[in-house]
Design a protein around this ligand. Structure first.
Ligand SMILES: *[C@@H]1O[C@H](CO)[C@@H](O)[C@H](O)[C@H]1NC(C)=O
Ligand SMILES: *[C@@H]1O[C@H](CO)[C@@H](O)[C@H](O)[C@H]1NC(C)=O
Ligand SMILES: *[C@@H]1O[C@H](CO)[C@@H](O)[C@H](O)[C@H]1NC(C)=O
Ligand SMILES: *[C@@H]1O[C@H](CO)[C@@H](O)[C@H](O)[C@H]1NC(C)=O
Length: 472
């Protein structure tokens, strides 16, 4: 997954390649825009110098065009797993800041599945110019942390898959972050509890001469990342009301219920948008799909069902149609709130929302021990897994376009599910939907999101300006 420097055998080749690509890009940039280049080098006062980054040209689909290579073992290649503590080293982690369901997240909680180590942790997502992806730099955790401090943190909203992403991020950024709350093994916890990553006061980064905290940044009070459990992006009550306005006949029907009693956790945008605007974040990452099932949405009706059929449940088509209508409302509400927030704080902080494509599970995952080279779609997949592409397509259609053609300028769809779709071997021990931390899948999401906000969205080019403005 390009976690920098894990593989000494290929490191020098990577450095050579990076050096060559950088020189070429620099040449191209200088040649085409010499004045722009000179004005782009900034030496902000008081905090060392900071070269403006060259804009990336690795859109989400180009990133997803790559391939898994390996296994590249990070430990002696004859290593076998005899102790769950080895999981960290196999994955190339120095530790994980989060303490929630530690062994479960690392898939180290079942001795019978120890033989999956270290293979599942030893593949690298390889992508480059021949995939249409330029300027995608290796993940450098110190730079990610610096960027989160200076440009604003990440608010991760989603279901238990996003919770796994948060755990993985707590490993990727270790030891520069600490996590709250502290979970003790087998103690009670509530899935609704917010989880945060803060800058570790003992991080060596704080000793660096050029590392300056922006004005207003509070080490114990400004999270670098937060997870909130939001399965549906709206509350069930919000969705019940929306459904009733779309299908008035159901509203008048006392025996109709949109939802079954299946458990789900959710918040309304009225709750999480203020958190996003006031918490020092600049990136909100959402992902939803897995809980939009016919079992939870027992009563969802199809939008275009012929009139007589509207009294009948419409199965998955009904759920997907309702999802499309709800997500359009969501995009309208979030984009107008973003515009309002930007107006209120006079553009001091640019905030953007990324919708990460949802990732279906792989049936029979524990019997597949290697990555795939192409996506296989089984007939008769479990749950709504065979239709996840339809939920993703809803977001892709809503958020597509560029420039003036883009209806929601600050909402972006990241079609980066393909690396995960190629990893049936990368699931947790107990099911085939959740993904193990350390296999490269969720670490790749963090890597790409960092690239996307810093380069594709150009945040790295404006961070100093924004930090100065935020000090007002
Ligand atoms: C690693 O594995 C390869 C192929 O299985 C073998 O040839 C090589 O000797 C091994 N290296 C070490 C250090 O065990
Ligand atoms: C920093 O955050 C902590 C925890 O939220 C809070 O107790 C403290 O008062 C904050 N410090 C400042 C200077 O705002
Ligand atoms: C969603 O629910 C929240 C909290 O109950 C409420 O404040 C908000 O107005 C609702 N939004 C919509 C669109 O129904
Ligand atoms: C009312 O809802 C129930 C449950 O969905 C359904 O079986 C019934 O046909 C509905 N009645 C009418 C008049 O639509």
């Amino acid at each position: 997954m390009g976690l920098a420097g894990f593989n000494p055998r290929s490191l020098s080749a990577k450095i050579l390649f990076l050096g060559t690509s950088f020189t070429f890009l620099l040449f191209l940039y200088l040649y085409t825009n010499p004045a722009g280049f000179l004005s782009s080098i900034k030496f902000p006062s008081g905090s060392g110098f900071n070269f403006e980054r060259i804009p990336g040209r690795c859109p989400p689909r180009a990133y997803a065009n790559g391939r898994w290579t390996g296994p590249h073992y990070r430990t002696h290649n004859a290593s076998v797993m005899t102790d769950k503590a080895q999981a960290l080293a196999f994955a190339g982690f120095t530790g994980c800041a989060s303490s929630r369901e530690f062994d479960w997240h690392l898939a180290a909680d079942n001795v019978e599945q120890y033989p999956r180590f270290p293979n599942a942790q030893s593949y690298t997502w390889d992508v480059g110019p021949s995939d249409g992806c330029e300027g995608f730099e290796p993940l450098d955790k110190a730079r990610v942390v610096r960027d989160m401090v200076q440009q604003g943190g990440w608010l991760l909203l989603g279901d238990s898959i996003t919770e796994g992403h948060f755990f993985s991020l707590s490993c990727v950024l270790h030891p520069h972050v600490i996590a709250t709350p502290v979970y003790t093994p087998n103690s009670y916890f509530d899935r609704a509890w917010p989880q945060n990553l803060y800058l570790n006061p003992d991080s060596p980064l704080l000793q660096e001469k050029h590392f300056a905290l922006p004005p207003g940044f509070n080490i114990t009070g400004t999270p670098l990342a937060t997870f909130r459990r939001v399965d549906l992006l709206f509350t069930q009550d919000n969705l019940t009301r929306l459904h009733a306005t779309l299908h008035p006949s159901t509203a008048a029907n006392a025996s109709f219920a949109l939802f079954s009693s299946e458990a789900a956790w959710s918040l309304s945008p009225k709750e999480y948008l203020p958190l996003f605007f006031d918490g020092g974040y600049s990136t909100m990452v959402v992902s939803t799909g897995g809980h939009w099932t016919t079992t939870l949405f027992g009563g969802a009706y199809a939008q275009d069902a012929p009139a007589p059929a509207r009294t009948a449940r419409q199965g998955l088509d009904g759920v997907v149609d309702f999802f499309a209508q709800a997500m359009q409302r969501w995009a309208d509400e979030v984009q107008s709130a973003l515009a309002e927030a930007e107006r209120m704080d006079r553009g001091a902080r640019k905030r953007q929302v990324l919708v990460r494509a949802y990732l279906p599970g792989h049936d029979d995952c524990h019997n597949i021990l290697d990555p795939w080279t192409e996506v296989h779609t089984p007939k008769g997949a479990s749950y709504n897994w065979g239709s996840i592409w339809r939920y993703n397509e809803v977001f892709e259609n809503l958020l597509s376009g560029s420039g003036a053609q883009k209806k929601y300028p600050d909402l972006h769809y990241l079609a980066i599910e393909r690396p995960g779709r190629l990893r049936p071997d990368a699931h947790t021990t107990g099911d085939c939907l959740h993904i193990m931390a350390g296999a490269g899948v969720m670490e790749g999401w963090s890597h790409y999101i960092w690239h996307y906000v810093s380069n594709e969205l150009g945040r790295g080019r404006h961070s100093r300006v924004n930090t100065a403005a935020a000090a007002r």
